[in-house]
Each structure stands twice: as structure tokens, then as C-alpha cells.
Write a protein that binds this ligand. Sequence first.
Ligand SMILES: [Zn+2]
Length: 512
Amino acid sequence: MSYRIAFAGFNLESVTAVPQVSTRADFERVCFRGAEIAGHFRGTNTVAGGTLKALETAGAEVVALSHSLLGALGPASDDAVEAFVDELAASLIASGPLDGLVLHLHGACWAPGVEDVERHIIDRIRAAVPDLPIAVPLDYHGNVDARTFAGADIAVAYRHSPHIDMGETGERAALALLRLLDSGVKPGLAVARPGIVIPSIMSATALEPLATIIAEARAIEAAGDCDISVMGGFAYSDDAITGMSVICLDWDGQAAAEAKARALSARLWEAREALTRAIPVWGLGDALEDIAAHRPKGGPVVLVEHADRMNDSTHILRALVGRDCGRDWGRVGVPFLLDPESAAKAHAAGAGAEVTLALGGKSAPETGGPLTLTARVLWSGEKSYTVTGRYQQGAPVDLGLTALIEIGRIRISVVSHFAFAVDGDPFYIFDEAPEDYDLILLRSKTHFRDFYEPLADTIYVVDTPDLGPADVRLIPYRRFDTARAYPWCAAPPVFPTRPKMTDPQKPTRRGK
Ligand SMILES: [Zn+2]
């Protein structure tokens, strides 16, 4: 039997404390509708790509509606959320008879007037089309509870961070929906929450003890008929349900789903202290001293400014420029610094010109503020490309007006639109390679690991006094009840403190 299945998506990971609100116009800029969705995402390693693959392979007719993938920024405006839901509800009703909906959400979108944006979207769509089966593929960094999915039939999330399985996640959601339609049986769907909040840098799924617990989830799946998503949660989005969770979709029914979700949630709770200390976190001064002392030669050193949430923080860049413009460390690469104003100014000056910029640091005072410097413009112009790394492979990226500038031995690409520098693309697009550099400054939390772990000599995760701290106790939560959710924090030191690195562990050195 051939089904008609709708596809739609609304995707934003919100840092509540970021002042810039993503408006309806921002979502609109990245919105694809109808046939555009297949045109941009068919064959890509994205949720849309995986969903299309599974549905089209099964001979279903895909009714593609609207899809906005905004990435990781600040809050969404209430109006942007409502506009998406209004349009989707109207399109679903106008689409004629449908058999199901694959609704791609993040799980950590935040809006000032909406508690749990994903729950709100699902509930409103459920009210508009009460009998339509709904499958929800999610990001692993979602904050969810059972109530989030009360209006949904299926929920599955990425199993990996770095998210190399976005396509597979779309396929899992679509295949579960097809199974529901074929069998007429609705699976059990349970969510258990251990009450643990970890910073994003600790959520990489290859880190222990997380890797072992996730392997246990795979073993439970192999022994049963279920799909388990261990969720990292997202500490920087302030909701009543912020934190880790376990989703279990179980074809053996609701009781089985709940037992499995609870058992794995208990495993996370047992491991709570180790989960918050999975990797060492460095103070900036210590990291730079360590690099200077070791003079690594086995590939570039990667500095991760993880607390940066808007790709424009200047804490580390200021220190690098201050240290003789990078001569201490050889060639320094700083990809995808977000600053439309500086990109425009450099573009106006033109290639070959010297230009004085107040660079970066404009999104919030916590970013370190703008860094005044005079740099040479190497290239400028509009830049867009297709992702070659495994994270979102094949997806289109539009950087807008972009300038490649150089100060001393530091080369910075200044972009006008937020983009993830997690693979080689930020260098390949300028006919360079990451290997050309001795030191690379990234702002990723976990996604860089897929590409840079094999390449880097050493990775230093550096904590700076910014909006995404490693110590989640510094986050000014309002909706979230900290006293209930991480009581063991009363017994420090659970987290490294800044500015000194307190963890005795050294970062992993390749081949040593
Ligand atoms: Zn994520």
C-alpha cells in the first residue's frame, strides 16, 4: 500500500542567555518549501535526506511542506514559533488525505513565552490533525520529558555526537512510522530523566562513561524490539526539563518502554560524577603555556573555545594576537568568526588593503568584546559551499559576505552568517587545508571531533568566561530547578574551576 506522508521541520538549538533573538525573518531565510526540500536535501546526511530516502524507497508519496534548519543560536521569538505552527497546521489540512507526518524538531529550542517549544509545536499539530500519526526525529541535545511527546506517536534522536547519523535518524523515524501504518500497532513511548545536566563538551558519545552506557542501550535493542535514544540534553537552554534523558520506543508496549528507559536513566545517575568530568578543561593561560612548552609537531594543535555560543568570542583570539601575532605557535587558523560588520568593512577596503577592524565580540559582553586590530585583506566576496565532512554531509552552507584577513601569522575568515567550523571545509573553500596550520581555533563543542581527532596533535578544550561555561552551576537558570536536578554539585569539586586547570589528566596526544 502506498502512503502519503508529510514532512516538515523547525530546528534551533537555543542558548537562552544569548541576547540575539531568532525572528520569523531569520527562520524564513533558511526555509525551504515543497520541492525545494528534496532539491536541497535528497542524498544528504541530514534528517530531511534520511527521511526522504526511507519514504521514497518504500514507495510513499512525500508531501514536503516547510523546513527551517537554523542551527545553534539564541532564543526563537514566540512569533517565529507560532508562524511555523500556523503555516504547518494549515498546510496539513490543505494537503488532502495524509497517512502520517515526519516532524523534524531539535528538542532545545527556547522561546520567551513558550515552555518547551517542541511540546508546544507537537500539541498544536496534534490538535489540528487529531488522527494523524506523528513521528519526531530530534537532536541528541534535546531537553525532553514524557509530556513533550504526549501528542506524538514516535520519537527518536541522534545516537552520536558528533552527529554523524542525522540521515540514519531521519530513516529511523520514517521506518518506525511506516511500521506503525503497516501494522496498525502504536509502539510504547517512554522518557526517563535522571536529573543530570552536563556541559556540551562532555556530551561527546565516544567519551566514557557515556560510551559504555550507550553501548548498553544498543545491547538492549539487540535483545528486544525497541529503539533507544540516550539524550545528552542541552545545559544552556533554560527549561523546567533541561538535562539528560532516555527515550525508549518499544514495539512490546508501554510497560516495556518504561522499564528500559528507567533502567538506562538509573545507569546515567550512577555515573553522574564521571559524566561531568569526562575530559579535562583548560584555563587559557595554562593551555597556551602547555602548547609553548611542548611545541607539538604531529599535526595542528586544536584550541576549542567551547564557551563561545555565537561564533564571535574574542577571549582566545585576543591572547593569540597579544602573543606576537601568532609567532609563538607558527601559522594560526581562525575559521568562521561571525562578524557581518567587519566582513563588509574588509570587503569595502578590498583585497590587498590594510583595514582596521573592531573584530568580533559584538553579540554579548561575555564574548570578550570587539578586538581592535589592523589586518590585511587577502580575499573577500560572497561565499557558499556544500559540506564535505560527515557532519551534515552534502548540506548547503551560505556564509554570506566573507573576508579572509591576516594579521601576523594569524589568518581569520570573517563571515556574515553563522556556520559550524567542524571539518576541513573552512580551509578547503580558500584552497587551503587544516594541515597547513600549526594551531587552529575552533568554537565547536563535540562535532569537530569526527574530523579533527585523527588529524590534531593535541586538542585543548579551553574554558573562557563566556555564555556556555563548563561549570553549569554558573548558568543563571530561571525555569530550571537546579536544587532538584543536580544535588551532588553540593560536593565540589565536580567541575574544573577557572582559570587554572585543576584536572590532573593531560589531553590526549596522538600516537603517545
Ligand atoms: Zn546536537
